[in-house]
Ligand binder design. Structure first.
Ligand SMILES: Nc1nc2c([nH]c(=O)n2[C@H]2C[C@H](O)[C@@H](COP(=O)(O)OP(=O)(O)OP(=O)(O)O)O2)c(=O)[nH]1
Length: 149
C-alpha cells in the first residue's frame, strides 16, 4: 500500500482510572466484548474522539457511557509519538490521562463485560491488549511510586 492509500490515523482517548489521584495504588482495567478480534482483551476505558469533539470531552463522554461514572482527570500519561500519543496498531493513536471516579460506581455498562481493580503487583494479571502493554508499564511506575510508602 502506498502512503497515499493509507487511512489517516484516528485519535482514541483512554482513562487510566486509579483509586486516588494523589496516592494511586490501584488501576481499573476493563475487558472488551467486541469486535471478535479484540474481545476478551483488557484495556483502558475510552474510545474514539468524534469529529468536532475535544479529546477531554470525548474521554468524559466515553467513561460515562461505558462505566456510568463521572471522573476527575489528573496528569496526562505521555506516550512516545509526536503529540504524546500511544500507538495502537496502524489505525489509531491514544491519548491517556490518569483519572479518579468522583461520582458513581464503575460498572461494565457498555463495550465491556468485566472490570477489575489491579494493584501494582497484579497489573499484568490480566491479558491486556498488546498495544496497552507499554502503557501499563508506564502506569506500573506511577503506581509503584506510592505503593510502598
Ligand atoms: N478504548 C480503548 N481502545 C483501545 C485500547 N487499546 C487498544 O488497542 N484499543 C483499540 C481498540 C479499538 O480498535 C480502538 C478504539 O476503539 P473503541 O471501540 O474503543 O472506540 P469507541 O468506543 O468509540 O467505539 P465505536 O463507537 O466506534 O464502536 O483502539 C484501550 O486501552 N482503550
Amino acid at each position: 500500500m502506498s502512503t497515499a492509500d493509507r487511512q489517516p490515523v484516528r485519535l482514541v482517548v483512554g482513562a487510566a482510572i486509579v483509586d486516588d489521584l494523589v496516592r494511586p495504588t490501584r488501576l481499573l482495567s476493563a475487558r472488551r466484548t467486541e469486535p471478535a478480534t479484540l474481545a476478551g482483551g483488557w484495556e483502558l476505558p475510552g474510545g474514539k474522539v468524534d469529529d468536532g469533539e475535544s479529546p477531554l470531552s470525548a474521554l468524559h463522554r466515553e467513561v460515562l457511557e461505558e462505566l456510568g461514572v463521572h471522573v476527575q482527570l489528573g496528569a496526562h500519561v505521555p506516550g512516545p509519538l509526536p503529540g504524546s500519543t500511544w500507538p495502537l496498531g496502524d489505525r489509531y493513536e491514544m491519548l491517556v490521562w490518569l483519572a479518579e471516579v468522583v461520582e458513581g460506581t464503575p460498572a461494565p455498562i457498555e463495550d465491556h463485560d468485566e472490570l477489575r481493580w489491579l494493584e501494582v503487583d497484579d497489573l499484568r494479571a490480566v491479558a491486556w491488549l498488546p498495544a496497552d502493554l507499554p502503557i501499563v508499564e508506564q502506569l506500573e511506575a506511577v503506581l509503584g511510586r506510592t505503593s510502598s510508602t
